[in-house]
Ligand binder design. Sequence first.
Ligand code: SIN
Length: 288
Amino acid sequence: MAEAHNALHHIDPKSFELEHLSPTIGTVVHGIDIATVDSTTIDWLAELLVERKVIFFRDQNVAVESHVAFARQFGELEVHPFFETGKSQHPEVIHLDNDRENPPYINIWHSDVTWRAVPSLGSILRARVVPPVGGDTLFANMEAAYEGLDDETKTRIDGLVAVHDNEGFLRGMRMRGASEDEIEAKRREFPPQRHPVVRTHPVSGRKSLYVNKAFTRSIEDIAPDESTTLLDALYAQAWLPEYQCRFQWRADSFAFWDNRAAQHYAVADYWPNERHMERVTIIGDRPR
Ligand code: SIN
């Protein structure tokens, strides 16, 4: 069992009040305006993010430009090759819009874009329209999930490599009427990627489990049935409530999660009510 971090004494809390949602993951930062933060605060937030895996801000009634500008202070932004991005002037903004005609489907544990050679550092999600109840997002601390493994499993997975792909997105293209040539072209542009099963955080040096149900297909160099059994056991680590926090959205709430050390799950319990979200994703580094 991982030890809970109860204090953030090495971080200057400035004038912000911190509300922890669980012992090891998730903190609401009160009293901040993401449209006007200075560089010292950006550095502090980056440190807080690594420590708490996901941080939240309430009541940020800011322009979409401020969302993009805030994200850009943490790194280069990605343009997602599968999500529709044409709904605003900003190709970096993904619109996740669900209603009666478009039921939610991201209710699967994952870390964002692990099918890329260089996956995401973090994602910053804003709620525009929320259902009257439900539509929460769950987050799992994958460092605590790794720490919670028994020693035999830790030894077994040390040095293993897993293959990640975007077949789910390609299926989505097919459902929306794309031709097989178009789908094949995307598959060639974004071929499956190999990443370590246990990655080391580039900032903290801590190890975390880096396989997820949505995008990981197999573990290399072991038998297919062994790979499936092992992956199922590793996925299940993210599902333990001890490693999780749960965030209840309000309009203009923001969540900023560290994809290098956390997974998330969008609860799909609110359909046919509406839920409209906007996500900006920061490019990270090659997992090691
Ligand atoms: C996502 O998986 O990026 C979206 C999460 C959410 O809508 O809560």
